[in-house]
Design a protein around this ligand. Sequence first.
Ligand code: SF4
Ligand code: SF4
Length: 169
Amino acid sequence: MAEKFKCLQCGLCCLGIGSIVKMDKQISRYGFIVKNDVVREIHQALITPEYRDIFENDHSVQEQHPSACYFVRRLPNSKYVCTIHPYRLLICDSYHCCTARINKDGKEVGKIKGRFSLVTKDGELTKIWHENIMASPKDPSHDVIATTLRKHGYSILFYDESDGSDNNL
Ligand code: SF4
Ligand code: SF4
């Protein structure tokens, strides 16, 4: 069975979404109305106790990324967190930045978005993807993709798209 999607807390998905996911109103010291400005989803959110200090005292993410969501913060270990994680909107809950991750020599070198969109800076991987995997007239199965990549020293982890519960952001 495929693994569950694992968010790496790189923050990318929350750094440019501030024009959609918005703080609508502050209703108490840690209570807010949060809304999706596009589909009009709206509800109350509370800053989770463990992140209250960083939420109030560290606005560096928003200073450096003016399009960032109001509620994202960066921890001292450089991981990003959603300070309203239990109350976040559907758009946040269902967001998966990728459906598979590709590794080589212990490092992530590429991702698959959607079904077959490769995102990578690795020229060799790009070549293999287009010439050995996507050149077939039929959609390649996960097995075909994994076997082909393995021959060239890459490994791939596909995620179960039905479950995003490990997403920390
Ligand atoms: S879902 Fe997680 S890993 Fe993907 S872009 Fe957002 S923070 Fe990064
Ligand atoms: S997950 Fe949290 S921090 Fe990220 S966009 Fe959604 S509400 Fe903002």
